[in-house]
Design a protein. Structure first.
Length: 74
């Protein structure tokens, strides 16, 4: 089922349209009856992998170092 709305109506119902897209429905937005955009759900990003090693890397590894730790490396 395709849901198609003009921009003005889509502005008023954006939350509902986002829920519909997240549920897998096709949502199309039109301007003056001409299709200009489509809302689609995005997939969760996969966990990061470090090269060929079968291990997961915590996002903390990519956080900036605090001043004390950084001073130890200088």
């Amino acid at each position: 089922m395709v849901i198609q709305m003009n921009v003005s109506e889509a502005k008023a119902k954006l939350s509902e349209l986002l829920d519909a897209a997240a549920a897998g429905k096709e949502v199309v937005i039109a301007r003056s009856g001409r299709v200009v955009a489509r809302l689609v759900a995005i997939e969760e990003p996969a966990n990061r992998r470090l090269g060929f090693f079968p291990l997961e890397v915590s996002d903390d590894l990519f956080m900036p170092l605090d001043d004390e730790t950084l001073a130890m490396w200088e």
